[in-house]
Design a protein around this ligand. Structure first.
Ligand code: HT7
Ligand code: ZN
Length: 894
């Protein structure tokens, strides 16, 4: 497949102010009639071809200014429709009639059928599966859309913008005309047709306009959409409050789809969501699902400004909208968690969100940045853009925005955002344009300084390592801190000869000092004493001298995770233990606990391998016990402190990676923590019993449930005598999904023989609710007892279908990503290859995501490495591989 390069960007030679689309909708065959009003861009030479993309379409007719064109007046090559427009420099109209086949479209890109409804997904390049069009984000048009369909099958006909009219037609069908007042690229186009339940409410924006908010769902699911509607109203208020951004439409619709490739899509005024991010009630959704809905509703709503009003010039700029919007949704969620709490509790509530976000980054993005798909947040090339909706573009992109927020401060960042919109509203722009706006504020704040070094974050792949060294001189009361940065060649860069130059980055490192008792030691900094300061590292190495420090300090580093880097320190175990118990920064404290656990886990792996005695668990037990018994800390925060690093993180730290050894060590330590701390776990479990009040997903109640479920899991891991009974009772008495799934999962993990009855009960109760059934599948596929044979048995059930991405994710992805003990077997490797190929025949976007599971095969121990490599080759050698999977697998094997 050809590689597309960022450097090759050229503007589209024609403008497209106005588009009219008419759809005759039917599942088998939909006819699309388009009228595209083009005008040449000012410097377009006469004779410049007009190029339109199309995929999997049937062409019926092409017209130029109303005149049908004969086949020799245009070209149709490999989906590309091109023609030479009239050379008079004036506007002209292209009319196209084409057909597409929604019911046959298993890719879920373009126009497709889900259940008995029709949906579209156009980002990144799905519009070309609907009709021929300049399918690129810098061509922005005003859309008018007429939808016609059978009213019995499709009583509701929705598209972007405002509903202008609705009417019956003489042939028995009906039609709806929609007009979107805002110019947009075609990737933000959407239509939906079907029979839905809908709830709605009006809100008054801060400028006094009434806007209608609606949530559409499958019939019978209306009551499960109330939380999503609340979240939408909260998002609207929050964006007004924090960024001064108001909804620019009279109507904002959210529609739930059962079949969806990702989480949701921000189509202008008509967001289409994976039903998993819309539907919730206490009986069917976990606390985490409630929070996930809040985050995704917020994310898509915030795109209305960061993505839609100001969009991307080309797909290399994807992080312009995604990194920024992830940052905004993270802040929204943090503010929602902290709302109404006194300052100290608010800080800890916000820290819980930060911990979860950093955990996700380390789990998904750090390995990506170290593997064959490593790329800068603004990639330089791609073969298939669908493969670049990555943790790097999204999560690392959000970290790069967050660093700008840290460097500018809240007020400065807000000023930068205002400037960004002032300069670029209504345009398709680049990441550089965003940084320019932020830099304009930074340069005012810091005369003589700029973002020239900071910009390298957009260009450079790989996770930088920051080495920290410090000395203290009691005679001068000076503490010297040296920070040194280094970024190894990332992924395929390592094969380049010579490896590319990696100049230093601009890294904000937030630090504090504590004394041996854990008391904060204020640092004299810029004229006043501060508990936390930010060191701006722009060079390969730099030393700071902190004066007037009365005693030898312990360094609390990278507070709040101020930069997406890996710290290298020679902190002693004792210092780490002090930080783990006393660091006043809740993030850094959690990180100290994680680091202690990681060191212990790696020591255990080494001992298992070398036959040594294994590390003494005393220090770990002390830290765990102190956190368990510390009732000053919120249960939500304690649940994070007391969670071991994920197995995947442990695997990732191995050199070479050895999944089965990591699983063994992790299991051993979890047992130890469960058994040796059985009493405090039990006391915690009992203390946190449900108070019998109505369910609420609020952070306090959900934090209590999270810690209680963790306690149950530990009691089962430690084989406490009545733990199985406790879990069965929790399952029976559960008053919400968090409790029932917590019990079921813990049983499946530690006492699978006792899980049979609850599993059967769960299935009987929820067999008609697809999202809950996904939980049932997922809990089993990720359990240590789920062998390849067992996962195949799950797939043989009539409830299973590979065509539904949520179901495929619940079973196949959960097995391949969250069950390393069973995946890393010869049968596991065969299973992975087989499933990648089976999915690829249906849905290349989803298949490509599964194909990423073996990215880091070459870093594994020899047996796993050979097995994974052979499986990758099997996939690469298969006929008719999609461009999506081919790019991933060929880069993995390069
Ligand atoms: N902007 C949306 C991206 C998206 C997408 C991309 C490729 C294929 C299917 C897709 N569905 C949604 C989601 C978001 O970031 O908000
Ligand atoms: Zn997004």
């Amino acid at each position: 497949a050809p590689t597309i390069f960022r450097q090759d960007y050229a503007p589209y030679p024609y403008r497209l102010p106005q588009v009219r689309l008419e759809f005759d909708l039917a599942a088998d065959s939909t006819q699309v009639r388009s009228e595209l009003r083009f005008e040449p861009a000012p410097d377009t030479a006469p004779g410049t071809p007009l190029v339109l993309q199309g995929e999997d379409l049937e062409l019926v007719e092409v017209r130029l200014d109303g005149r049908p064109l004969s086949a020799d007046e245009y070209r149709l090559d490999d989906g590309i429709l091109s023609l030479i427009p009239p050379g008079h420099g004036k506007p002209f109209t292209i009319g196209i009639v084409s057909l597409c086949r929604p019911a046959e479209n298993t890719t879920l890109m373009g126009l497709y059928v889900s259940g008995d409804k029709l949906f579209t997904q156009c980002e990144a390049q799905g519009f070309r599966r609907i009709t021929w069009f300049p399918d690129r984000p810098d061509v922005m048009a005003r859309f008018e859309v007429l939808l016609r369909a059978d009213p019995a099958a499709y009583p509701q006909l929705l598209s972007n913008g405002n509903l202008i009219e609705q009417a019956g037609l003489p042939d028995g069908r009906h039609q709806a005309l929609w007009r979107d007042p805002h110019p947009k690229p075609c990737y933000l186009f959407a239509l939906v047709a079907g029979d839905f339940d809908c709830i709605e409410r009006t809100e008054t924006t801060r400028s006094g306009r009434e806007v209608l908010l609606q949530v559409y769902s499958d019939k019978g699911y209306r009551e499960q959409t109330r939380w999503a509607l609340d979240c939408l109203a909260n998002a609207l208020r929050w964006d007004e409050r924090r960024f001064g951004l108001e909804l620019d439409l009279d109507r904002f619709m959210v529609v739930a789809a059962r079949d969806f490739n990702m989480g949701a899509m921000e189509n202008k005024g008509l967001n289409i969501f994976n039903a998993a991010y819309v539907l919730a009630d206490p009986a069917t959704a976990t606390d985490a699902a409630y929070r996930g809905i809040e985050a995704v509703i917020g994310h898509e709503y915030f795109h209305n400004w960061t993505g839609n009003r100001v969009t991307c010039r080309d797909w290399f700029q994807l992080s312009l909208k995604e990194g920024l919007t992830v940052f905004r949704d993270q802040e929204f969620s943090a503010d929602m968690l902290a709302e109404g709490l006194p300052p100290a509790e608010a800080a800890s509530a916000r820290a819980v969100k930060r911990i979860d976000d950093v955990h996700t980054l380390r789990l998904a993005q750090f390995p990506e940045d170290a593997g064959p798909m490593a790329h800068p947040i603004r990639p330089d090339s791609y073969q298939e853009i669908g493969n670049f909706y990555t943790a790097t573009v999204y999560e690392k992109g959000a970290e790069v925005i967050r660093m700008q927020h840290t460097l500018l401060g809240e007020a400065g960042f807000r000023a930068g955002m205002d400037e960004y919109f002032r300069r670029h509203d209504g345009r398709a722009v680049t990441c550089d344009d965003f940084v320019d706006a932020m830099e304009s504020v930074y340069a005012q704040q810091h005369p003589g300084q700029d973002f020239s070094v900071f910009r390298r974050w957009y260009a450079q792949a790989g996770t930088p390592r920051v080495r920290v060294r410090s000395t203290y001189d009691p005679a001068t009361r000076a503490c010297r801190i040296t920070l040194e940065q280094h970024c190894a060649p990332a992924g395929l860069e390592a094969r380049q000869s010579p490896p590319p130059e990696k100049p230093p980055l601009h890294i904000p490192v937030s630090i504090g000092l504590i004394d041996a008792e854990g008391t904060p030691m204020p640092i004299p900094w810029e004229g006043e004493p501060r508990d936390t300061i930010v060191l701006e590292l722009r060079e390969a190495s730099r030393t700071w001298t902190l004066a007037d420090i009365p005693r030898a300090p312990v360094l609390s580093l990278l507070r709040g995770f101020s930069a997406p880097v890996i710290l290298e320190t020679d902190r002693s175990e004792a210092d780490l233990a002090l930080l783990a118990r006393r660091d006043p920064d809740p993030f850094a404290r959690w990180d100290a606990v994680q680091e202690t656990a990681h060191r212990h886990l790696q020591a255990r792996i080494e001992a298992d391998r070398d036959g040594g005695p294994g590390p003494a668990p005393g220090m770990l037990l002390d830290i765990w016990r102190a956190a368990l018994e510390n009732e000053q800390l919120s249960p939500a925060y304690r649940a994070r402190l007391l969670a071991l690093p994920a197995v995947r993180e442990v695997i990732d730290r191995g050199e070479p990676m050895d999944p089965r050894a990591a699983v063994a060590a992790w299991t051993h330590i979890r047992k130890t923590l469960g058994a040796r701390l059985a009493d405090p776990w039990r006391a915690t479990y009992d203390d946190l019993a449900d108070d019998g009040g109505p369910y609420s997903p609020d952070p306090v109640a959900s934090g209590r449930r999270a810690l209680r479920n963790l306690a149950l899991d530990n009691l089962l891991a430690g084989q406490a005598p009545d733990a199985v009974e406790l879990a069965l009772a929790q399952y029976r008495q559960a008053r919400n999904m968090t409790e029932s799934l917590g019990a079921l999962t813990a049983l499946l993990q530690h006492a699978p023989q006792a899980a049979a009855d609850p599993l059967a009960d769960f299935h009987a109760r929820w067999r008609d609710n697809p999202l809950v059934l996904d939980r049932w599948f997922g809990a089993q596929a990720s359990a240590p007892g789920c062998t390849v044979a067992a996962v195949r048995a799950l797939m043989a059930l009539p409830d299973f279908s590979l065509r539904n991405p949520n179901r495929a994710r619940a079973v196949v992805f959960r097995f391949c990503l969250d069950n390393p003990g069973n995946l890393h077997t010869p049968e596991g490797y065969d299973f992975w290859a087989e499933q990648v190929l089976a999915l690829d025949a249906l849905n290349p976007e989803v298949a490509a995501r599964l194909s990423r599971a073996f990215d880091n095969w070459a870093r594994h121990e020899p047996v796993a490495r050979a097995g994974m490599q052979a499986a990758l080759r099997r996939v690469l050698d298969a006929p008719d591989l999609s461009r999506n999977v081919r790019e991933i697998v060929s880069k993995a094997l390069a």
